[in-house]
Write a protein that binds this ligand. Structure first.
Ligand SMILES: *Cc1c(COP(=O)(O)O)cnc(C)c1O
Length: 229
């Protein structure tokens, strides 16, 4: 049951340890090293006190889905915090995103790849890049459709000189996510990509079984967001 947030009731260290323990168990059950799986704490829309508490508990990797919100929240980002963009990126925000984020997980179209290449050359440093795949081919969702993904990755590499580290997906709501995770892993394998960002609060143990190297966990870590999106 969602409750109004009371910082006194939020035991960040205990909640984080429970999520890390679930990650470790899922990895071990799959014959994988738990150290291969990064926990991305999805801090979007969360009250600053809750984010500060998770940070104080030792969490270093955070995910945000909006450039503007992330820029405000992380204005004084500690040097050892890794910030990941997990929401759609408008081309006109590429410059800010390249400077703010250590990882951009939502590269999904040639126009954005071109803008990214330009801003990376201006900035002189590059975030790690993941291509978002719209595995469910949902019209309202961003991401490259599976059939176009190999060609898009090749274009990122050859036409734009970008280094692609992996793939990300958000399976359709209300569908079993397993086949989507399997599809993402298969596309990654045939393109020689090591990083797989998949799995959220409801399904991250399953994603780990299918090879996730980063899981994006929001509400299971911070508690319910004030409003859903
Ligand atoms: C919000 C969000 C998450 C986290 O969702 P939870 O259900 O709170 O774990 C993960 N990935 C993306 C892309 C998101 O937008």
């Amino acid at each position: 049951m969602p409750q109004p947030f009371d910082p006194a009731d939020f035991d960040a260290a205990r909640t984080r340890n429970a999520v890390l323990e679930t990650i470790a168990q899922a990895a071990q059950a799959a014959g994988r090293d738990p150290a291969e799986v990064t926990l991305t704490a999805v801090s979007k829309q969360q009250p600053p006190a809750r984010v500060a508490a998770i940070l104080a508990a030792g969490q270093k990797v955070f995910g945000e889905n909006r450039v503007q919100e992330a820029a405000q929240r992380w204005r004084d980002k500690p040097a050892d915090v890794e910030l990941r963009l997990i929401g759609p990126l408008q081309t006109n925000k590429t410059r800010e995103a390249v400077r703010l984020f250590d990882v951009i997980e939502t590269l999904d179209r040639p126009r954005l790849a071109r803008a990214m290449a330009e801003e990376i050359s201006v900035a002189g440093s590059a975030p790690r890049l993941l291509v978002q795949v719209n595995t469910g081919e949902e019209v309202q969702k961003s991401g490259v459709v599976p059939a176009d993904t190999d060609a898009f990755i090749a274009a990122c590499r050859m036409d734009f000189g970008l280094t692609i580290d992996g793939l990300m997906c958000i399976p359709p709501l209300g569908e079993p996510p397993g086949p989507h995770f399997a599809l993402l892993a298969k596309i990654a394998r045939r393109n020689g990509l090591a990083e797989l960002s998949m799995g959220m609060s409801a399904d991250f143990p399953l994603a780990i079984r299918f090879g996730a190297t980063a899981v994006r966990v929001g509400e299971a870590l911070f508690g319910p967001r004030p409003s859903h999106d």
